[in-house]
Design a protein around this ligand. Structure first.
Ligand SMILES: Cc1cc2nc3c(=O)[nH]c(=O)nc-3n(C[C@H](O)[C@H](O)[C@H](O)COP(=O)(O)O)c2cc1C
Length: 257
């Protein structure tokens, strides 16, 4: 009873919640469906603002956003992708390599905007609240910004594709990124003809979504919850929640919440 009233006090309205889950379950990594329509400045500004409101260790806000629209820069980036992708393909064998070569894994030239999201590891000096014992936390904070951007873009009808098959040193050179700054994400962004229902790697048979319940451990790594009263009911709730996400990946949040 008490938690119900706290939920109505602190939670979102059903419509707000539905909107958030809708963005989460309908977000896709987009490679091939970009259309050339320009992204209006105010829309791009909103998704960048969403990124900037991400959590960050010690409120460090270590990110910067390089907005790339120059076709010559995109062309050079695409050249590097082509080289890196050939190296990557060679790491897989036989059938897997043939399947890899059929995948489209970037939309660098087609997407009207490319964004490089970086992490300045020295933004607030060497000692950062919260980063004292786990130095990678500023990098993780930057990834939080990317995810905020990705979800906000989906809500705006913009596709985003993350391209990581690039040589980091070449990426740094091409964009004149200083030594203390790490390029975390290279993103392609733009309006799309459509969003796919499922991850492309899933529909291509590359890899399936794992059952969430197999990824939950109780009280210790590998703990099956036999000593915990709540384990069985949480497991059941997780199964029901996963079943509420429809086959095609489009959820009906209202029915589940
Ligand atoms: C850190 C990171 C790097 C990724 N790099 C690439 C990439 O280089 N090329 C690509 O096509 N997709 C890339 N992806 C997208 C994943 O393949 C995609 O998120 C995954 O297959 C699930 O699909 P979905 O995002 O549409 O749900 C990357 C995703 C993440 C989070």
């Amino acid at each position: 009873m008490e938690s119900e009233s706290l939920r109505s006090q602190n939670g979102f309205t059903p419509e707000q919640r539905a909107g958030l889950y809708h963005a989460i379950f309908n977000r896709r990594d987009v490679r091939g469906q970009f259309v050339p329509d320009p992204v209006p400045d105010e829309v791009l500004a909103r998704v960048l603002t969403a990124a900037h409101f991400a959590p960050s260790v010690g409120f460090m806000q270590p990110w910067s956003f390089l907005v790339i629209t120059d076709p010559a820069v995109k062309a050079r980036m695409h050249e590097d992708f082509t080289a890196a992708n050939a190296e990557a393909a060679a790491l897989f064998e036989d059938e897997r390599q043939a399947a890899y070569r059929r995948l489209k894994l970037e939309g660098i030239r087609e997407a009207p905007v490319n964004l490089c999201v970086t992490c300045d590891r020295d933004r607030c000096g060497p000692v950062v609240l919260g980063r004292t014992h786990m130095p990678a936390m500023d990098l993780y904070s930057t990834v939080c910004a990317v995810q905020n951007l990705w979800l906000a873009a989906r809500a705006e009808g913009l596709g985003v594709g993350w391209v990581s098959i690039l040589h980091p040193d070449r990426l740094r050179d091409l964009l004149a990124i200083p030594e203390r700054v790490v390029p975390v994400a290279y993103l392609c962004l733009g309006y799309v003809s459509h969003f796919k229902d499922r991850p492309e790697l899933e529909s291509a048979g590359w890899r399936a979504r794992l059952p969430l319940e197999d990824l939950i451990h109780f009280d210790r790594w590998g703990g099956d919850g036999s000593g915990s009263d709540g384990a069985a009911s949480l497991r059941e709730a997780v199964r029901a929640s996963m079943a509420g996400v429809r086959e095609d990946g489009i959820s009906e949040p209202e029915g589940r919440l």
